[in-house]
Design a protein. Structure first.
Length: 187
């Protein structure tokens, strides 16, 4: 069989070279894309904890007689005369449920709120006396955490905060409640 001299198009070898080059470029780009996604998820988790700190401050001063909520569901309930909770709906465990009880899943992180595990934490205001009739008593200290749903895929670091409004992180495991003194502070 004779080839035409004026035949136009690509040979099989040329197409294989182009496919190989695209494969090499994809192999270089995909890990960077995954790292960027994890970094974005971690930034969202930090933002969620800052939002919780702000919501706790507002809840304490206007609704709970200087006490703090111990559940995200309590912060998600609006005060009388308002249709907005103290935190955004994406931190409401009913709207964004997690596999962790009482936590909200946001951007690959399980965000949770609890009573601070330190000694001396007391009830400040009974649940029935809070302005939004919370399900839980308002206490003198809280603990908030954000842990990756799948460590190494949705995020690498765990984060936590408390009444000090400081955000702490750990590269290897979830942060204990109460936050240990040697835990690294996020700059």
């Amino acid at each position: 069989m004779k080839m035409r001299r004026n035949a136009k198009g690509f040979t099989l070898i040329e197409l294989l070279i182009v496919v190989a080059i695209i494969g090499i470029i994809a192999a270089i780009a995909v890990p960077g894309l995954l790292r960027a996604r994890m970094s974005g998820n971690e930034a969202s988790a930090i933002g969620s904890l800052r939002s919780i700190n702000s919501a706790q401050s507002t809840y304490s001063s206007s609704c709970a007689g200087n006490g703090y909520a111990v559940a995200l569901a309590d912060l998600a309930k609006p005060a009388p005369g308002s249709n907005q909770g103290f935190v955004s709906p994406d931190l409401d465990p009913v709207v964004s449920p997690s596999t962790v009880a009482g936590a909200a899943r946001k951007s690959g992180y399980d965000v949770a709120l609890a009573k601070d595990g330190s000694a001396g934490v007391v009830v400040q205001t009974p649940a029935a006396n809070t302005c939004n009739t919370s399900a839980n008593d308002a206490v003198s200290a809280y603990y908030g955490s954000a842990d990756p749903a799948t460590r190494g895929q949705t995020g690498q670091r765990s984060f936590a905060t408390d009444v000090r409004n400081t955000i702490y992180f750990s590269n290897t495991a979830a942060i204990a409640n109460p936050i240990p003194g040697a835990t690294s502070v996020l700059q």
